[in-house]
Design a protein around this ligand. Structure first.
Ligand SMILES: Nc1ncnc2c1ncn2[C@@H]1O[C@H](COP(=O)(O)OP(=O)(O)OP(=O)(O)O)[C@@H](O)[C@H]1O
Length: 362
């Protein structure tokens, strides 16, 4: 499944960024394969032919939409083509064929000058190796993209202060990257990418260089920041559990192709093939359960019970339920009570999810 339907029929959600029939081929003459205008491309045959002829089809006929305000994760093993797709979307590399649309504008047809403008003003990027300038302080690194935009000093300071607070780096403004831990360095990278207030935020394996505990903390931070900012995000990872934690929807890649697109729950319950099923088989089911699914209708006044967000994850409720065995009040974004969550309702919801998976597998 490659989600190649026209944007108008895919979902009610507005599309921020999309690609269709996207290819990136490395080799001496990649353009040779695509001057067949007017003819349908024989996808499986073409990729094979490219390989036989000493070309590398790194991205093969990929298509998907990234909706406004969603975190879209591209996940796959090393070499599957994730980074190359992200680079084609941001035009850090030029695609060999296909279409990339940002806010309805064709990125691949854009002039170099227009493209520089889009990159500076509409895109934010975070990379695994942080990419900080070692001779510049935290604040100097963060304001660097604003300097490139020619923004006056006072405004630079103001914008920088806002993102420094957002990522929790207050007090470290004068430090140099070499004096910071890996997690702190990546906070600087995140702040620097957000200071331009990008429309689309690309994060390529941002937490892969961090140890597991810090990595989990940074995922929490990322989720907190995204709850505040609601950016349209393309997030690359090879870690399936990380993808499950942060994705609204995800695309799984293998050998240059997208093999499945869906929400984490859709992928777990209905993996498209054995490759996807192998990732999903070891995932504890509780990782998929949202608080709302554990809430049951309750009579009377629940105001005495601690409130939890209905779109939080059920696994994060266990410690709270241990302290509050009478239950929790699940509230939606507007504060309205959706129902009560008790230890029993959590277990019932979990059991239902398990039996649904068994049913699908049989
Ligand atoms: N400049 C290049 N020249 C030739 N082949 C390349 C080039 N860049 C990437 N490739 C090949 O394209 C394929 C996809 O690479 P890509 O880096 O996109 O994968 P990835 O899924 O992001 O992997 P990783 O997680 O290891 O970064 C690989 O086979 C890679 O060797």
């Amino acid at each position: 499944m490659t989600d190649q339907a026209p944007a108008s029929t895919t979902a009610a959600a507005a599309v921020k960024l999309s690609c269709r029939n996207l290819w990136k081929v490395y080799g001496p003459r990649p353009e040779y394969y695509f001057d067949t205008s007017g003819y349908a491309i024989d996808v499986p045959g073409l990729a094979e032919r490219m390989r036989r002829e000493a070309h590398v089809p790194a991205v093969i006929d990929v298509g998907f939409d990234v909706h406004v305000g969603e975190t879209f994760v591209i996940m796959g093993l090393s070499g599957s083509g994730k980074s190359t797709v992200a680079r084609c979307l941001s035009r850090l590399v030029d695609a060999s064929h296909g279409e990339v649309m940002l806010d309805g504008e064709d990125l691949l047809a854009m002039s170099p000058r227009a493209l520089i403008d889009v990159r500076r003003h509409k895109m934010g990027m975070v990379f695994q190796n942080f990419g900080l300038m070692p001779h510049l302080s935290v604040i100097e690194n963060i304001v660097f993209p604003l300097k490139l935009q020619g923004i006056p000093l006072a405004e630079r300071r103001q914008k920088a202060e806002r993102v420094i607070e957002l990522v929790g780096l207050e007090g470290r403004e004068g430090a140099f990257p070499g004096q910071l831990s890996g997690g702190q360095q990546q906070r600087v990278g995140i702040a620097r990418s957000l200071v331009v207030e990008p429309d689309v935020w690309f994060l390529d394996e941002p937490f892969s260089a961090l140890d597991p505990l810090i990595r989990r903390q940074m995922q929490d931070e990322f989720l907190r920041i995204q709850r505040v900012l609601r950016k349209s995000i393309v997030f690359i990872t090879h870690d399936f559990l990380e993808a499950l934690r942060i994705a609204d929807r995800m695309a799984i890649m293998r050998d240059g192709k997208v093999v499945q697109i869906g929400t984490p729950t859709e992928l777990i319950l209905n993996p498209a093939d054995d490759y996807v099923a192998r990732f999903t088989s070891e995932v504890p089911r509780i990782r998929l359960l949202q608080a709302a699914a554990c809430a049951v209708p309750a009579q009377g006044d629940l105001s005495a019970l601690p409130a939890v967000s209905a779109d939080g994850m059920a696994e994060d409720l266990i410690a709270q339920l241990a302290k509050n065995p009478d239950g929790l009040a699940a509230r939606d974004g507007s504060g309205a009570v959706l129902g009560k969550i008790t230890p029993a309702s959590l277990i019932t919801a979990l059991a239902a999810l398990g039996s649904e998976a068994d049913h699908d597998a049989s």
